[in-house]
Design a protein around this ligand. Sequence first.
Ligand code: PMM
Length: 266
Amino acid sequence: MANRPLVFGVLNVTPDSFSDGGRWDSPDSAIEHARVMVSAGADVIDVGGESTRPGAARIDDGEERRRVEPVIRALVADGISVSLDTMRADTARLGIDLGVDYVNDVSGGLSDPAMLGVVSGADVTYVAMHWRGESDVMDGNATYGDVTRDVVTELRTRIDAAQDAGIAPGKLWIDPGLGFAKTADHNWQLLRDLDQLVALGYPVLVGASRKRFLAPFGENPADRDQATAIISVLSAESGAAGVRVHDVSLTVDALRVRRAWWGGAE
Ligand code: PMM
């Protein structure tokens, strides 16, 4: 039986994320929500201080650090494994100093030229997501010959850049970047072909949770959690090492069903 993927609980400390914007933008409410996700079985909490929803404009980097710092401090003090979702090297450096285990960079090192160097000098795992430009332009970059082949090729260049910068192969994850410069059809094809990303030899993180391509299963983002949990199981079947989700409890439950299916003890 394949291993259970790690469950990354999404914690957007932002006023404007598409799926949960504004719900956890005070440190106390964010910390409380993270604890609830950990009780529900989250292995890692992915803290983000800047929205990457389509069309979003960038925020000031000081503002990003101000949003995430108190939350990371509290979660690390609780012994919770933290991933920091940032495209900025200075924010990553702060997270590293505070003790995060993962730096999750949706730009795969393309947004900030200092990022790979900052990460390579630290004892953290780097998640390189497939990306084709800032949120305000990405929808215009959703043109591919064959989306899986192109994403694999572009991720390979990010893997090479990470290794050239000194990031150890054992400290690198990759992510297809569902919804980032991708149409619904592109997302489904990437999910269908997930084994081709897994074949690159790095742990693969899948972030489908509540995204627009799941709109046929729920008009509002929070109504897409069942569809998300099913994708978590199907991703696990294709060899994903992690799933990034808003509703931790549904995904953990679905992964328990998968475990029982394969004869694992409950
Ligand atoms: N998606 C979002 C933000 N960060 N990080 C990774 N590694 N993969 C993703 O798919 C991803 C991400 C956008 O979703 P949100 O607004 O719900 O956080």
